[in-house]
Design a binder for this molecule. Structure first.
Ligand SMILES: [Fe+2]
Length: 259
């Protein structure tokens, strides 16, 4: 089975790139299932029901989110009803939506998807380490192929989670920093891992935001409304191959300039 994971889609430039490239990428690469991190899809922050539907219609099987999952409050009800758009699992028990799902990919193959949030700077309700075993077991009751999107700031938390899950899930893919790391690897017991899959959006920026605005906020300490930048758009992510038992056999990074 071949899984394409598309890193954090930022604003209209990121969505446009996905819209214009995903179908061709799916067929060129022979992708069976596609997962997209969509937590920055709405103007760089959050996602709306309309945008989630649009992204799914582009040929995406599941959408994961992150620390900005609930910036648009209307997404709550949508997440309660959706089995293809998930938010980090380690939020409050009362938060709408779910943090694990199983989707059906090309040829009827099934892919479990888990979304968790790291602790540094992101303040989840509970540590991902408290709940991850249960989430993985829940997904594995339905399929041996499981991908974990660990949305976290700290490299160390992502590496620790991947090592903890080595041999039990197909892939642990880091998101949130928007900078693709060069450490894609298969861990000793067969889990594919990358610290961060990167960003699908404008790279001529400060992690997706117009540089002038980010600099002004940092220099002055004053509130500045951020806007996604426009230039240097790239699609980024990883392609993971696995066998029927869910063990990863390859992981390759993807960086596609657009246009
Ligand atoms: Fe994030």
């Amino acid at each position: 089975m071949r899984i394409l994971f598309i890193a954090d889609v930022v604003g209209a430039p990121g969505r446009r790139a996905l819209q214009e490239r995903l179908a061709a990428l799916r067929s060129e690469l022979g992708v069976d299932a596609c997962v997209v991190n969509g937590e920055n899809a709405a103007d760089g922050i959050g996602i709306t029901p309309r945008l989630a539907d649009q992204i799914l219609a582009m040929g995406v099987d599941a959408i994961t989110l992150g620390n900005h999952a609930f910036r648009r409050s209307e997404i709550g009800e949508y997440l309660d009803a959706s089995d293809r758009v998930i938010r980090p699992a380690n939020t409050s028990r009362n938060t709408p939506g779910r943090g694990v799902t199983v989707v059906t990919a090309t040829g009827g193959m099934r892919l479990g998807v888990v979304n968790v949030l790291g602790s540094l700077f992101l303040h989840p309700a509970t540590s991902m380490f408290e709940i991850i075993d249960e989430l993985v077991e829940q997904a594995k009751r339905e399929t041996p192929v499981v991908l974990v999107d660990v949305h976290a700031e700290a490299t160390s938390e992502k590496a620790a989670l991947a090592r903890w899950l080595d041999g039990r899930v197909t892939a642990v893919v880091g998101t949130h920093t928007h900078v693709q790391t060069s450490d894609a690897t298969i861990l000793p017991k067969g889990t594919a891992f990358i610290t961060d899959a990167g960003m699908t959006g404008p790279h001529d920026s400060v992690i997706g935001v117009e540089a002038d605005l980010a600099i002004r906020r940092m220099r002055t300490g004053m509130p500045v409304r951020f806007r996604p930048a426009e230039g240097g758009v790239r699609l980024e992510g990883v392609v993971v191959d696995c066998d029927a038992d869910g063990h990863a056999t390859a992981i390759e990074t993807l960086r596609v300039p657009h246009p």
